[in-house]
Design a protein around this ligand. Structure first.
Ligand code: GCO
Ligand code: MN
Ligand code: MN
Length: 381
């Protein structure tokens, strides 16, 4: 069983996913958040994450909300579970149909910021360390209806106001932007990790804001999550991560971690382990729709077991002498060395152009290196 050192977390909406899809009604009964806490603790998770309305359904009276929150706090305390991240549901209410922070309607934008403020209060109370912004409805189907420059300016305004708010309240929260290319909107703003990283540089408090990349989201865009997370780490901006699985070119599938593309999952785990990423390892996925309540917990166990198995395979891979040798023949570590001493070397660099024909003769040993990786993954090496 995993222990707290792994910092595995699950969203209340992930294990609580009732199996609804655009073609069919729920196939599983709703799950009490307190029951999710107990069950996840039993399975060895470190914590949970939540949207405001996962815990407090929309329309609940303030008195009732207080009761629900206190009961939930108590459950977390009893089970020793933490809160990985908190976030705001800015996509379910019909008023958000044109966007939340980027709705064309100023009234909706103001209410969206207010809802996020209330939800930040809740997150801080529950001890969340990260506050996530996933732009569920921030986007368009009809491009002509929104100038993307205006939309990004409003997005920026909202994050600036909310970061000021969190600081003024004395909350120790860091923000993480979660990019996604589409679904539910036809095209979403901040579609990839790269877009989000640039957006962060435009903020008033860039040091407070990082990214929350998700395996499925980069994969939907046909991109490599390994590269996306690499760039986030390189920028010092990997504040959180959403782990799941997805096939390229499909609808948003949110499968159990590493249920698809084991090799990319291996590369991702290797990167996280080598980088010493210490944040929550959050599974933002759900059980297949044809599972019942029992299958949900198979799903949760599976996510954690696969992460640990991949981490074990990674350690084994890196311990093999033949891997060391293959990496040397691929010049993998040479990429870690500076290329030159600067423009002062101009004459020398220009003269080295003449070595290109000779340099073209070498191979990079990638076939052999990748074959070792595949055999390690298959357990035959
Ligand atoms: C999705 C997203 C969400 C977010 C969550 C927290 O594709 O629906 O991944 O699950 O992670 O709303 O912001
Ligand atoms: Mn997702
Ligand atoms: Mn997510």
């Amino acid at each position: 069983m995993p222990g707290h050192e792994h910092r595995f977390t699950f969203g209340l909406w992930t294990v609580g996913n009732p199996g609804r899809d655009p073609f069919g009604e729920p196939t599983r009964a709703p799950l009490d958040p307190v029951e999710s806490v107990h069950k996840l603790a039993e399975l060895g998770a470190w914590g949970i994450s939540l949207h405001d309305n996962d815990l407090i359904p929309w329309g609940t009276s303030p008195a009732e909300a207080e009761k629900i929150t206190a009961r939930f706090e108590q459950a977390l305390k009893e089970d020793g579970l933490g809160v990985g991240f908190a976030t705001t549901d800015l996509f379910r209410h019909p008023a958000f149909k044109d966007g939340a922070f980027t709705s064309n309607d100023r009234g909706v934008r103001r209410a969206a910021i207010g809802k996020a403020m209330r939800s930040i209060d809740l997150g801080a109370r529950l001890g969340a360390e990260v506050y996530v912004f996933w732009g569920g409805r921030e986007g368009t189907e009809v491009g002509v209806a929104k100038d993307p420059r205006d939309a990004l300016e409003r997005y920026r305004e909202a994050i600036n106001v909310l970061s000021d708010y969190a600081v003024e309240q004395g909350y120790e929260l860091r923000f993480a932007m979660e990019p996604k290319p589409n679904e539910p909107r036809g095209d979403m703003f901040l579609p990839t990790v790269g877009h989000a990283l640039h957006f962060i540089t435009t903020l008033d408090r860039p040091e407070m804001v990082g990214v929350n990349p998700e395996v499925a989201h980069e994969t939907m865009a046909g991109l490599s999550i390994h590269h996306a997370v690499g760039q986030a780490l390189w920028a010092g901006k990997l504040f959180h991560i959403d782990l799941n699985a997805q096939r390229v070119g499909r609808y948003d599938q949110d499968y159990r971690f590493a249920a698809e593309d084991l090799k990319e999952a291996f590369l991702l785990v290797r990167l996280l382990e080598r980088a010493g990423y210490g944040g929550p390892l959050h599974f933002d996925a759900h059980s297949y729709r044809n599972e019942n309540a029992e299958g949900v917990w198979d799903f949760a166990r599976g996510c954690m077991a696969t992460y640990r198995a991949l981490a074990e395979r990674v350690a084994h891979f890196d311990s093999l002498p033949e891997v060391n040798e293959a990496l040397a023949r691929s010049s993998t570590r040479e990429l870690g060395e500076a290329t030159c001493a600067g423009a002062a070397e101009a004459d020398q660099l220009k003269s080295e152009v003449d070595s290109l024909d000779e340099l073209a003769k070498r191979g990079y040993f990638n076939e052999a290196l990748d074959q070792i990786l595949v055999e390690v993954l298959l357990g035959v090496r």
